[in-house]
Write a protein that binds this ligand. Structure first.
Ligand SMILES: [Zn+2]
Length: 279
């Protein structure tokens, strides 16, 4: 399904248009353009590799969920994130940035800012929460209305990590802001849905999945209007078998393998300019 936008450039139509809309939004607000936009895109050398932001959930004073055996979600999330980063860097198809690389507290709003400021190509948040009866990996994308009560409960839980977050828009006419934002969000949502589909498919090859694996809810950490994003519950620490599995390095390696495959799949589609080919 094409939306009538043709682009032949290596960046693909979706990224190009989303960036353009982002700059228009800044311009409308009279804000200085970000440094990256003022420089020639390719410069003398090659364009930099796309930036992937990996977000290990929780950290520091916020341990996240705690399993019956005492496993802390923040530690599992960081362990998989570091493993995934190493795999992606070894493959040299993207640059990788973690929102935290040690046991520190990072507010949700800051995590979003990190991805937006660096104009990340995608944002992947890693978790292993607690939910009664639930078992297996699942993937979440942003939606104002939750797809089901589990997704809603998880979003409520995650959003408690800090009260702030969300988006501060520059002061421009509300009408202009609304239109630009809505266009940009549409592009971003398409990317997020694609990222989630690829992630579910890759995880399914490696680990048990929660039924209805792709769910939707209003996770604050996924609200950047210009960065495609998904949140992965790699399993549930409230389930003893999931907790045991998440404590095994081999299982975490399988998760990282699947996530790297999903990221590479996304980058591959983007490079091939298939951005507008599906909704
Ligand atoms: Zn979590």
């Amino acid at each position: 399904m094409s939306d009538g936008f043709d682009a032949k450039g290596p960046l693909g139509p979706v990224m190009e248009r989303r960036r353009l809309l982002g700059l228009a939004l800044l311009f409308a607000a009279g804000a200085p353009l970000p440094a990256a936009a003022q420089q020639p895109a390719a410069g003398r050398g090659r364009a930099p590799l796309p930036l992937v932001v990996i977000d290990p959930g929780h950290g520091g004073r916020d341990p996240g969920a705690i399993g019956r055996a005492g496993t802390q979600e923040k530690r599992i999330a960081l362990a998989v994130a570091l493993n995934l980063k190493a795999r992606l860097e070894q493959a040299r198809r993207c640059r990788v940035l973690l929102t935290r690389s040690s046991d520190v507290f990072v507010p949700l709003g800051r995590r979003i800012e990190i991805a937006r400021q660096r104009q990340a190509t995608l944002f992947l948040s890693l978790h292993a929460d607690s939910a009664p009866g639930a078992r297996g990996a699942s993937v979440y994308t942003l939606s104002e209305t939750a797809s089901d009560s589990l997704a809603e409960a998880l979003a409520r839980r995650e959003n408690r990590a800090d009260a702030a977050g969300g988006l501060r828009l520059p002061s421009v006419s509300p009408e202009v802001q609304r239109i630009l934002l809505s266009l940009m969000q549409h592009e971003t949502r398409t990317g997020s849905e694609r990222l989630a589909r690829l992630t579910v498919a890759a995880l399914g090859q490696q680990v048990p999945l929660l039924p209805n694996t792709h769910r939707r809810a209003r996770f604050v950490v996924l609200t950047a209007p210009d960065v495609p994003a998904a949140l992965v519950e790699m399993g549930f620490l409230s389930h003893p078998q999931d907790e045991a599995a998440l404590n095994r390095a081999a299982h975490r390696a399988r998760l990282a393998t699947a996530l790297a495959e999903a990221v590479h799949g996304y980058l591959g589609m983007r490079a091939a300019g298939l951005g507008a080919a599906e909704g």
